[in-house]
Write a protein that binds this ligand. Structure first.
Ligand SMILES: Cc1ncc(COP(=O)(O)O)c(C=O)c1O
Length: 455
């Protein structure tokens, strides 16, 4: 029987290694206590727990429908976390002769749900740190019942973005279900995202999963929801255990959905800390893929297990994915510094520079410069960069950071930066940013395709 492996806890580390006071950055939880408004509502709701919960979670389903903009609650299923909903989906749709196609590595719950039903999981390797949509499409056969993709992906934190995901939507239509797992959607922030809910409204084979465990900080209460075609939602609901979503979970989720700034200030703080950590790593010469969730991915390859073990020895619990990387959750205000100090202490003992799957040292710093230039383009007044041009520029950098830089040299980075400059320059009314970029470019090497920098 498959076993779901949860992240290690401070208690595990204290018991097994005698290390006390370790910080847990292993399960992508929120570091915050419940919102004051949620806590207050829970204190009232606790007075009712002698009664069974609302079996339909009707108030929560209506609040979700209202917030995401689906017309009726027949398009919303509430469940015991996304994991509970995944198991219901598996129960409703999968059997021993079926395949589930998913990127790999990705969230372990997919393998768990598929195997529980005796279905086979077809793992499609990531391209760099990102789901390879073309290869996923290629892996679909008549056995494929479900394609599931986490957007952003866990553990790498990358987004495939609207264009690629739209292709997956089209290629799966009338062939199988497409589950878009948006567990981390609140942290993703960007014009390159697909509006997955709109997609689920238009396409009956698309199901979106969301959870209150991450941005809403309610992992311990176990509540999430699915949005999809009423027929799919009915199939999910039919196999749900009665009363699986308890009264406290329903209450907390309703209040959290309506919390507004109280919640978003916290999410913003996590995104800010994520940006600081991402930057600190790149400044120290360690490239990381663009993080779009509440964690950062260290592509430590063959050194992943030993890196996580050494970090743990220094009191920082992370999540290794052996031979791929180490996932570090963004924690409270001091957690990233604790991680960075622990990381600095590990670096020398481990063969990290050879194992690291993205550029290190000068190449990594160059990536940081590229990103700085993009920020400059974003900030300078008067630039009439339309969203599409901006998205293309970002995509060029995403390629640079996430995929093509595997073993790449500065020339590749330079070429991509020139493309960014050209992309931006072609659509700008001023030329200062492309010039600023050009001024920072190293001399062009002969095999980089020259592009018009827009000046
Ligand atoms: C991509 C993804 N989906 C779903 C989940 C599970 O969330 P829940 O707590 O709602 O079961 C996780 C948890 O880590 C996740 O990373």
């Amino acid at each position: 029987m498959p076993v779901y492996r949860a992240g290690r806890t401070g208690a595990d580390v204290a018991r097994e290694r005698g290390i006390r006071g370790a910080v847990k950055l292993a399960s992508n939880e929120s570091p915050h206590n419940p919102l004051p408004s949620v806590r207050a509502a829970l204190e009232v709701a606790i007075g009712d727990i002698n009664r069974y919960p609302d079996v339909k979670a009707a108030r929560l389903a209506a609040a979700v429908a209202d917030q995401v903009g689906v017309a009726t609650t027949t398009g919303v299923a509430v469940g015991a976390g996304s994991t509970g909903l995944l198991l219901q989906l598996a129960e409703a749709y999968l059997g021993p002769s079926d395949d589930v196609v998913t990127p790999s590595p990705s969230f372990e719950g997919y393998a768990f749900a598929a195997r529980l039903r005796g279905a086979s999981l077809v793992r499609v390797p990531l391209a760099g740190s990102q789901a390879d949509v073309a290869a996923m499409v290629g892996a679909i056969t008549e056995r494929t019942k479900v394609v599931v993709i986490a957007e952003p992906n866990n553990p790498t934190g990358t987004l495939v973005g609207g264009e690629a995901l739209q292709r997956l939507v089209e290629e799966t239509a009338s062939r199988c279900l497409l589950v878009i797992d948006e567990a981390y959607v609140e942290f993703a922030r960007g014009a390159d995202q697909l509006d997955a809910v709109a997609c689920a409204r238009r396409h009956p084979h698309v199901v979106v999963l969301r959870t209150f465990s991450k941005a809403h900080g309610l992992a311990g209460l176990r509540v999430g929801y699915a949005i999809g075609d009423p027929a799919v939602i009915a199939a999910i609901d039919r196999v749900g255990a009665p009363f699986a979503v308890n009264t406290l979970a329903q209450t907390a989720a309703c209040v959290s959905l309506g919390a507004g700034a109280e919640l978003w200030d916290r999410v913003d703080a996590i995104v800010e800390r994520r940006t600081r950590l991402e930057r600190a790593l790149r400044e120290r010469g360690w490239s990381v893929p663009d993080p779009r969730a509440n964690f950062v991915w260290l592509p430590a390859g063959s050194a992943s297990r030993s890196l996580a073990s050494s970090l743990e020895q220094h009191g920082v619990i992370t999540r290794p994915v052996p031979d791929h990387g180490v996932r570090v959750t963004i924690g409270g205000p001091t957690a990233s510094d604790r991680f960075l100090n622990a990381f600095a202490s590990c670096v020398d003992q481990l063969e990290l520079t050879t194992a690291w799957q993205l550029p290190v040292a000068d190449d990594a710093r160059f990536v940081l410069d590229v990103l700085d230039e993009l920020e400059l383009i974003d900030r300078v007044d008067g630039f009439a960069v339309d969203d599409a041009a901006r998205a293309r520029a970002r995509a060029a950098v995403a390629d640079l950071v996430a995929g093509e830089l595997h073993g790449a040299r500065r020339d590749v980075a330079t070429g991509a930066l020139r493309r960014v400059a050209a992309d931006a320059g072609g659509r700008l009314s001023k030329v200062v940013a492309p010039r600023a970029i050009a001024a920072r470019l190293p001399p062009q090497s002969p095999h980089v395709v020259p592009t018009n920098s827009g000046q």
